[in-house]
Design a protein around this ligand. Structure first.
Ligand code: MRU
Length: 332
């Protein structure tokens, strides 16, 4: 099942804020609605927001064709779309890639966006096969896998990155079970990863984020595999907040820590993790739970959406094309 798709003059996407309770599809026909969907995480995950951004540029190009507002108006819309969220490089990458077709007209922009979505599926299938081979090479079989946030079909178009590898391992009968961190504050692990694992019939358990490192320390994990939002030129990895403690625990326990990401997540223009902008989200996401305030009225919160895992803690980065071993000194 595709989680977002172009439908001629609009986009349909699954509203991830409503899962797992309800499967609601949104119809998005204009740029503002798409930017809002990206910001409130109705569509989320680095590859998925890249494709959503590409589709939004296609909507802008079609609109400019009707109104006659010209290419500069589309470029201004593209800049707004690329700014919707700052950390995942896939968003600006995808926006720029389809925008390059603007001189050839709106049809060319739409075709480029649709091609990008198709490519995402193929890229992640290849990544899943390569990643499954790598995990078996690093940790044997059958595997107890630990993961964080959601990196499945919901975070991409159809096949996931880290969770795509889990799916491939399951199809090879090489998987014992998956431990999924709940991923506070927005619960991408317990709401979305667990939803996908249940649909695939994969045995899994949810742990609180605080429990993750000690689950690894207690020897209950053979390998950690996570996704990424941006990988700097030196191999530092930005991913969902709570990834870094897992990498520290894995290094201490001698457990391989693997990052699965398409080549589009590698950002040679960003030198190190220190140069990656970390999205600061609304403190209310931390201060409230299920719509109810749980902290004292006088309390404030810090809500960084991502953290940076230094390259020396990353056993391997696996992409659809290659494997890089940052902890052994290799650079992307
Ligand atoms: O804030 P989110 O839910 O968009 O964050 C997503 C993540 O951090 C994922 O791990 C990352 O984008 C990789 S998705 C294949």
């Amino acid at each position: 099942m595709r989680t977002l798709e172009w439908r001629g003059d609009h986009v349909v996407l699954i509203d991830q804020t409503r899962l797992p309770d309800e499967t609601v599809w949104l119809e998005v026909g204009d740029v503002d609605t798409m930017i809002d969907a990206i910001r409130r995480l109705a569509v989320r995950g680095a590859p998925a927001i890249g494709v959503a951004g590409a589709f939004a540029v296609a909507l802008a190009a079609r609109r400019a064709e009707v109104t006659g507002s010209g290419d500069d108006a589309v470029r201004a819309e593209a800049a707004r779309i690329a700014d919707a969220r700052p950390t995942a490089v896939n968003l600006a990458w995808a926006v720029n890639r389809v925008l390059a077709h603007l001189p050839s007209g709106a049809d060319a922009v739409v075709a480029a966006a649709v091609a990008l979505a198709d490519e995402d599926v193929e890229t992640n299938r290849r990544l899943a096969r390569r990643g499954a081979d790598l995990l078996v090479e690093l940790a044997g079989t059958p595997l107890r896998v630990h993961t964080h946030c959601n990196t499945g079909g919901l975070a991409c178009v159809e096949w996931g990155t880290a969770l795509g590898i889990v799916r491939a391992l399951h199809e090879r009968n090489a998987l014992t079970s998956v431990t999924a961190d709940e991923t506070r504050p927005l619960l991408q692990g317990s709401r979305l990863t667990a939803f996908e694992l249940a649909q695939l019939g994969i045995a899994h358990q949810i742990v609180t984020d605080g429990a993750g490192p000690s689950v690894i320390a207690r020897g209950l994990t053979d390998v950690v595999v996570v996704g990424a939002d941006r990988i700097a030129a030196n191999g530092d990895v930005a991913n969902k907040i709570g990834t870094y403690p897992l990498a520290l625990a894995a290094a201490r326990a001698g457990v391989p820590f693997v990052v699965a990401a398409p080549e589009s997540t590698l950002d040679p223009a960003t030198a190190t993790g220190d140069d990656i902008e970390i999205e600061a989200r609304d403190p209310d996401e931390v201060l409230s739970f299920a719509g109810r305030r749980v902290a004292p009225a006088a309390s404030d919160a810090l809500n960084p959406a991502f953290d940076v895992t230094p390259a020396d803690l990353v056993t391997a980065i696996v992409t659809e094309r290659r494997t890089i071993r940052p902890a052994a000194g290799e650079r992307p």
